[in-house]
Design a protein around this ligand. Sequence first.
Ligand code: ADP
Ligand code: ZN
Length: 753
Amino acid sequence: MAHASLDKRDPTRKPGKTTRPRVRVLLPLPFPGPFDYAVPDSLADAGLRPGAIVAVPLGRRTETGVVWDNDSILPPEFAPPPMPAVADGRLKPVTTLLDLPPLPDGLRRFVDWVAAYTLSPPGMVLAMALRTTATTPTAPVLGWTVADPLPPDLRETPTRRKVLEIVSPHGPLTAAEIARRAGVGVGVVRGLADAGALRHTPMAAPAAFALPDPDHGPPVLTGQQADAAHSLRDLATRGGFSVTLLEGVTGSGKTEIYMEAIAACLARGRQALVLLPEIALSSQWTGRFARRFGAEPALWHSDLGPRLRRITWRAVADGEAPVVVGARSALFLPFPDLGLIIVDEEHETAFKQEDGVTYHARDMAVVRARVAGAPVVLVSATPSLETLANVGAGRYRHLVLTARHGGATMPEVRTIDMRAHPPERGLFLSPVLTEAITAATGRGEQAMLFLNRRGYAPLTLCRTCGHRMQCPNCTAWLVEHRVRQILTCHHCGYQEPVPPACPQCNAEASLTPIGPGVERITEEARATFPDLRIQVMASDTLPGPAATADAVARIARREIDLVIGTQIVAKGWHFPHLTLVGVVDADLGLGGGDLRAAERTVQLLHQVAGRAGRAEAPGQVLLQSYTPDHPVMQALVSGDFEAFMRQEAEQRRPGFWPPFGRLAALIVSADTPAAADATARALGHAAPHGEGLQVLGPAPAPLAILRGRHRRRLLLRTRRDVAVQPLLRHWLSLVKPERGARIDVDIDPVSFL
Ligand code: ADP
Ligand code: ZN
């Protein structure tokens, strides 16, 4: 690795002979471990204890790092090999101690743990904990205040007066904010500044996050709800590590109940973290939280602007953000006093991070809780088989809610056999479904169509020569997005205009869309139901949480009759007037031979179905399927999720498939097929042998080419009692990737592409 040349270390020098005071500093970079630095006299009294955030020299640069612990918390077989010691004379001194709260103990241990478990360089995990400009001291943000006195010769206009009226009680404000509030151009603000009427002023440090009040608006809980809430309150009050699965049908009040655990955690003065799979959900969630606690929680996700990011990170570190709701990366925030973690929709695959450090946020939340000595609650209507297996083995507690709140009934689920009730030629909605939509909307209720596929059509084909439009960089078809008039690759983002003629045979007007995406269903719905007010919800039509919140508000205000969406509509939304859900292609997720295809389809469709009939009017769910007898359809119709999961378990148990065994994937990617093959073969030759383990592959990945890189996969499958990390560490040490090739490790893989 490159670090050896970055600073000239002497690996032959024996440790133990050193006398200069030194500290180990972990940098947020892909080195195998922390580096040693000398403690300069100027900092000798500062006490550079583990966790201190410091600036250090690295080559010619200055980097921010964290003083790391001397003893690994990990068992030796999991710990990375020790870094060679450096001679006193070669040690470089720490530059400065930054004025930031130290990285808490629990977070440092968590970083070490995640690195060891995922076989990632610890610095790359630390980078997630420092991924904020909080650690790069920046100039204070400047805003504008009104000059006092105003310049005597100031020319006043109505727009100028408006700006002054807004700024004087609320300043300092940024120019953009003033322009927005006053409804004027930024030029007006600049004009006033040039005239000396506005003054540049540092913005005050933001107020700490408002304190949620545990007693603000507690719900009246009933029967099962009260028991479950009591149990969770108790765990949060007592503290200590525990894992609880809170399982309950959609609309049973799970959110209401885990808010009680948060209340208990707050009453103890400790911090709570809530992980959501989809940050688009946060708007409805924060609204609910505010009604319960009289204050907004802090938010954490990748769309946060740099300023809010810095403020939030700091507030968490100072213990001034009592509740954080966020995406998986919130696990790496510097909570000094974490008292509770909630993982909502724990079965969601969105919790698995697939690039950079690949980790499963649900599993890592359990680790984080253990390190913090705090309870964690996993919440779902359709828990993952992994979590159910942990319940079965007695490792996790289990709380169950069997009924919807307030007497709302579970929706009735039926399949539409598409062989018996086919749509008209060229269309995708069966007459059975369109009639149901007409009936529901005729009663003034709302309906929803769900299709988990963005764009207009997943495949474009030449009717003359059969040519299929393919991505030049990936083993994938190009997806037509008609609104934007492009063909695009959903894997690499490549796009091109829809060509007027077939690029293969030059036939004009011969390219034909095959199959539906959500845009095409929308087109069909507009033609079939010209009078209905339609809202499309797909990640590319709703850029960001604000647009999503808007759409959700319109639906809640009943300005919409028919919602059409991709998986974003499946999430935990509460739409009280929605009574009909139509699934356009219930068979969609079943192909592909993925280990969890059936489980995932049941979870997703059950969740979509759960949007129906959440208030008084009963709900109805119609599944368009060509395989209505498939166990997945049967499970959805009967609602017997438990029986389905028992069957799933029996299929996976004999072969030691997860959760009854462990999996790790090795993904080789290279510039050329030859380099990919050679590296994959070398891995195959060096593969471990032994009791209770098996290596599958190498084989071309289903996505054999991705972003122009050629990909091969190997899969290590072991019994549960085999520790895969030491095995993998040894295996990888035996193989040197070919030029232009790399090997990525994915522990507990979720995607097999
Ligand atoms: P889940 O998370 O299980 O889907 P929610 O917590 O969202 O269920 O509850 C469904 C709806 O019922 C929400 O509007 C919620 O506010 C309401 N609700 C649930 N339990 C109660 C209760 N005890 N009192 C008042 N409203 C409740
Ligand atoms: Zn592509």
